[in-house]
Ligand binder design. Structure first.
Ligand code: URA
Length: 233
């Protein structure tokens, strides 16, 4: 939304008085006095009138190593949530950029920047989600070929996007998928009557789970924001 509209709304004044505020140099946008209110305001822009902050929100990006048993939710009556592992006062602002099932371990990203989380998770962005998978049987050539081509999920009438498979053992592989459908990896293997017995997310695009981040631990990181999203700070 335009800066002058927001200032008018937040201060509770009409168009003429808002214009006067701008002309008198009483409005600052990201620290600079602005005489005109035509600029578009983003979620993380700082807006002040007479030194009083009307909007100031710090973008937060958190990487967490989810242990088994913890749920990818912000609230849950029964189980520990990923949010409850983040013991800072701004944890409540965060949302998940892609969920993991309760017994899946590994990389979870939380942020208050919805443009970043959308980019990370929407299939159109083609960000690869990399999983270490162990199943209860042999992963045959037909499975690898089908995953590389796309697997049909009949109930939904969809075909998964071509995935990458690196066989590590007869029953273990590194699988890269470019979407995040509900229980996607389990359902892909289930098509071949294979049950996933262990699932761990290692990476999302170039964001890798650091080796020194123990289960349940988290840290902030600076994302490489694609240029088309622009800087949000
Ligand atoms: N696919 C699954 O089946 N489960 C996960 O947790 C992630 C991907």
């Amino acid at each position: 939304m335009r800066l002058d509209r927001l200032v008018g709304k937040w201060v509770g004044i009409g168009k003429r008085r808002t214009r006067e505020l701008f002309e008198a140099g009483r409005v600052r946008f990201n620290g600079e006095v602005v005489a005109e209110g035509g600029v578009a305001v983003g979620t993380f822009d700082r807006v002040e009138v007479d030194g009083k902050i009307l909007q100031e929100r710090v973008p937060r990006y958190v990487i967490l190593n989810k242990p088994a048993g913890v749920v990818s939710a912000t609230v849950d009556e029964e189980h520990t949530t990923v949010i409850s592992l983040i013991d800072v006062e701004w944890a409540g602002e965060l949302h998940l950029a892609g969920r993991l099932d309760r017994f899946t371990t590994g990389l979870v990203v939380l942020t208050n920047d919805s443009r970043y989380s959308e980019w990370l998770t929407l299939p159109g962005s083609k960000v690869g989600k990399v999983y270490l998978v162990e199943v209860d049987g042999g992963i045959g050539e037909e499975v690898v070929a089908a995953f590389q081509k796309g697997v049909v999920f009949e109930k939904e009438g969809i075909t998964t996007a071509p995935a990458k498979v690196e066989l590590l053992a007869s029953n273990r592989c590194r699988l890269t998928i470019y979407e995040g459908k509900h229980h996607q990896v389990k359902r892909m293997f289930a098509r071949f009557e294979l049950k996933v017995v262990s699932l761990h997310r290692e990476a999302m695009g170039d964001l890798r789970l650091p080796d020194d981040l123990e289960g349940g631990a988290w840290r902030e990181f600076r994302p490489r924001i694609p240029t088309f999203l622009g800087s949000q700070t």
